[in-house]
Design a protein around this ligand. Sequence first.
Ligand code: SF4
Length: 272
Amino acid sequence: MKQIALYGKGGIGKSTTSANLSAALSDRGLDILQIGCDPKRDSTRMLMRGRLIPTVMDLVRERGDRSLTLDDVVFEGYRGVRCVEAGGPEPGVGCAGRGIIATFQILERLGALHGDVVVYDVLGDVVCGGFAMPMREGYAEEVYLVTSGELMSLYAANNICKAIKRLSSRAKSKTRLAGVICNAKNLPREDELVARFAEQIGSTMVQFIPRDPVVQLAELNKMTVIEYAPESSQAGAYRDLAGKVLENTRLDVPEPLEIEELESLAYEFIAI
Ligand code: SF4
């Protein structure tokens, strides 16, 4: 079982990337579990044809964790992808990781943590005190950083590298950086910039995902791009990503950049 996690700045497109990745993986006949952890609970929404499923934390608050069954927390979406939303407290409050840890414990007790690939889509934001929890507890073994060429998302990706580096030194941690995904914003030479960033932190850019209006169109129709426009080149990019994730054996302990190094790298590309 591969346990992968997608991390990156809020709003960078982690949920869209995760949902399309899960859909592309399930098209290959694999058993996929996607776990979203965000109070907005929209990680799995496009896999569920627009349905917002109840969050594990809301169910725990309403009914207590002992009475919950598998059917209460795991929902079947596109091509059998099993969807879970951890949820959390009020947006902006943070749960210090309690939401996602409680969810892991419940999923383990119910025997839901199985399959070919588990995709964790975790909010990597300052409002979220628990974003490192899947890494710390050994659930996120392969981390993919989702970033664009914008300085703020590179900055967030670099900060996540610091967390990976710190946690990877712990004996029980299996967390490693598996690669960088560029979710493009259509900036000039963005692919080169993100590839250079990936190289400098000791990793590699596994996939460039272009910006394409079909993503919005699919979401308006409450579907992933894989389902809505399977013949599109954008769906092809997600399928390529799925193939690379399955084959990837490269796992690194990253070397985060100093802020000055990051800025001068970004400047090199912006100044030209
Ligand atoms: S870990 Fe973060 S995103 Fe997840 S439930 Fe807690 S506060 Fe929310």
